[in-house]
Design a protein around this ligand. Sequence first.
Ligand code: G3I
Length: 345
Amino acid sequence: EDIPSLAAAFADYFPIGAAIEPAQTGGLKAELLKKHVNMLVAENVMKMDAIQPSEGIFKWDNADRIVKFAKENGMALRFHTLVWHSQVGQWFFKDADGQPMVDETDPDKMKRNKELLLERLDTHVRTIVERYKDDIRDWDVVNEVIEPGDPDGMRASEWYKITGTDFIATAFKAAREAGGPDARLYINDYGTDNPGKRDRLYELVKGLLDQGVPIDGVGHQTHIDVYGPTIASIIDSMKKFAELGLDNQVTELDMSLYRWNDESDYGDQIPDHVLKAQADRYGQLFDALKANKEIVSAVVLWGISDDHTWLNGFPVTRTNAPLLFDRQYQAKEAFWAVVDPSKRQ
Ligand code: G3I
């Protein structure tokens, strides 16, 4: 079909990426991706539990499939994610006796556990970065460590309970040592437009940079919806991190048709005005990103077409349509708003 390429439309600005599963490296989905994106990220198969499900057992097949597909098609890659509190093998947090590491009644034990956990993390990070350093430049080193509702504003994950913020420093240092000076290392999170969360993230990153922790940029997931947040708040956050000398990337962009706490379902009757509002907002967002291209080095969507998106299953199973292509892989109004507004219906 004779429509322009999304990535080509942004060639003078930044690469455009999409999250994929290994199965999407074949068939019609692969053709859609080859035409429209020049960067990929694994939606699941490079997460901690996928690569190292038990200690010392590394599973590369699925991750390798995505790396191979990207290389064959001249696409860049982002790595997602070296550290996360979710989708992580629970073996990480068990001590040598198979007991849970988190034990607030025994600080000495926690201390011993801390060393062991940081050692395991160091091995995980180095093993992966060494394998892919020639193929992958941009790395989500840690994901979602800020949680304004938790003590200190840091997510009360096992990582944090056992090591404080040392797991973050360990992961970035290991990634830099294994990946060398050209690796680009990101701290990734959602809701970075929210002033409370943004400021806590800023404070954390500034503190780490002051200690010499090698952080190159902030990944802004940008899971937004038709109603919010404002485009200005997204850009303002990027400007704030740019003042620290950091790069910004949009890492998981999608735009739900529903407010996050609204569990309704349009089914197969998505109102036209909702899709128009989505197109308007997508257009405004990409215009703003273009206007700020010197502080944004990539824009990655969390999928390519509405048939495959986590938002069809979260927070409830329903019809969502957060991406630029519909379930039949046809360009939506949002696509035209982004690529060529004169072609909008
Ligand atoms: O792999 C198992 C499979 O063996 C099993 O048969 C199947 C049955 O449910 O589940 C499969 O695991 C699913 C996994 O995706 C792989 O498909 C999990 O149930 C499912 O919960 C998981 O969801 C992923 C989610 O992260 C988990 O937290 C989504 O696909 C993925 O889009 C989503 O991505 C996250 C980013 O990593 C971080 N930012 C937020 C974003 C959206 O939640």
